[in-house]
Design a binder for this molecule. Structure first.
Ligand code: HSE
Length: 404
């Protein structure tokens, strides 16, 4: 029998218990031994809950129980979750997690700790919720040199942008709707400012290079400045607007990484990822593109990925599954040196000046936006673009990068 403890009985934690109980026959037969949830750690009591008897409030009860083999850390944060994960790994217990903040910040160190104690730190659920992407990168794509990862990694912002696109809604109304449906938090900053996608990109980019990509150094822009006028122009240009997370490996071993809204051609596979869904395009040097699509958040999809990690840990008891992510820092390229095209919205009265500044660009108009026009600029360095954009001062009304 494999005994499991679940740390945190919130949305994902209760989902993990549900998946491990409801699919117990499958999970156990695939693990090769019966899987049993022995403890659930939470500060709260859950009177009347079917698993009330398993609730404990003290992590030491779990740590000191030698019958515990695997720990699911689904409490989130980088405080107690970090301490409990370290203590678990040091005691030889494998840890499975959905905690992207902790994985992004301490992934390399925790993997090293797991290897030192012949156990595993698994984090399939930390990126793309229920979408398998970490394990494919580690296993199925392991013969590839991964050149790039391009993803819609945040369901909340994708829902907001889809609503703005489909219904012409303004950002504030679409955000309010996302909050009413429970997608967006009351404080939506981590999602809408791109921080959540940035942490997930740091994890994918670290796996792409095998070196550590520091999420705090990734250039990050959110979607709170996107307007319905931006969508009118995007539609007129045959494009959609998506919050993309882009990681590209460079010849010198460094990485270009950015999270920002991008104009994406309507026929691009990522433009077809709508609502709360996530999509991740991985480009390998031999394979070309492979796309992973599905539910990037939510109780049961995320819990299913954690439960799959539990099975994997059970199958590899006493052995560490290789995952190449060293503590060595991957250099991050200066974003101002990267080249791409941009979309700029300009006041009609400044047409002559703007067209001269962005010479070679394509001007176009959008229905209902008569007092302004759009320019799709030629490809140029971010630093050059910034200079030109700033030069135009109050005449420009916004700008969005183009996915090249
Ligand atoms: N807030 C995240 C999202 C949850 O909207 O995608 C999953 O990490």
């Amino acid at each position: 029998m494999i005994n499991v403890a679940v740390l945190g009985y919130g949305t994902v934690g209760s989902g993990v218990v549900e998946v491990l109980e409801e699919n117990n026959a499958q999970v156990s037969s695939r693990a090769g031994e019966r899987i049993c949830v022995k403890y659930i750690l939470d500060l709260r009591d859950f009177p009347g809950d079917p698993y009330e008897a398993k609730i404990v409030h003290d992590f030491n009860v779990i740590l000191q129980d030698e019958e515990i083999d695997i720990i699911c850390e689904v409490m989130g944060g980088t405080g107690a979750a970090y301490q409990f994960t370290k203590q678990s790994l040091e005691s030889g217990r494998s840890v499975c997690t959905s905690n992207k903040e902790l994985v992004a910040k301490h992934g390399a160190e925790l993997l090293e700790l797991a290897a030192r104690h012949s156990c595993n730190y698994m984090f399939e659920a930390s990126v793309g919720g229920g979408i398998p992407v970490i394990r494919p990168m580690n296993n199925a794509l392991t013969a590839e040199k991964i050149l790039a990862v391009t993803g819609i990694l945040n369901g909340t912002t994708n829902y907001i942008l889809t609503k703005m696109d489909r219904e012409g809604a303004e950002y504030d109304d679409a955000l309010k709707h996302a909050q009413e449906l429970g997608y967006a938090e009351r404080n939506p900053e981590a999602d809408v400012e791109g921080y959540d996608a940035c942490r997930k990109l740091a994890i994918l980019s670290s796996l792409m290079t095998g070196k550590n990509v520091d999420s705090e150094k990734i250039y990050t822009e959110g979607i709170s400045g996107i307007t319905s006028a931006d969508f009118s122009f995007a539609r007129a240009a045959g494009m959609s607007i998506k919050l993309l997370a882009l990681g590209q490996s460079r010849e010198d071993g460094s990485v270009t990484a950015i999270v920002a809204p991008f104009l994406v051609p309507e026929e691009h596979p990522l433009a077809m990822v709508k609502d709360v869904f996530n999509g991740i395009l991985i480009t390998g040097n031999m394979l070309g593109d492979a796309m992973f699509y599905g539910r990037g958040a939510g109780k049961l999809p995320t819990a299913s990925a954690v439960a799959a990690d539990v099975v994997d840990c059970a199958r590899h008891k006493g052995k560490t599954v290789s995952c190449v992510w060293s503590r060595e820092e991957a250099g991050l390229a200066d974003i101002s040196e990267t080249e791409r095209a941009f979309f700029v919205r300009v006041k009609e009265c400044a047409r002559r000046e703007a067209e001269a500044v962005f010479q070679g660009g394509r001007s176009f108009s959008a229905a209902g936006c008569g007092s302004e026009f759009g320019i799709l600029t030629p490809v140029m360095k971010e630093s050059q673009f910034r200079e030109k954009y700033d030069f135009l001062g109050d005449s420009v009304l916004g700008r969005i990068r183009l996915l090249g």
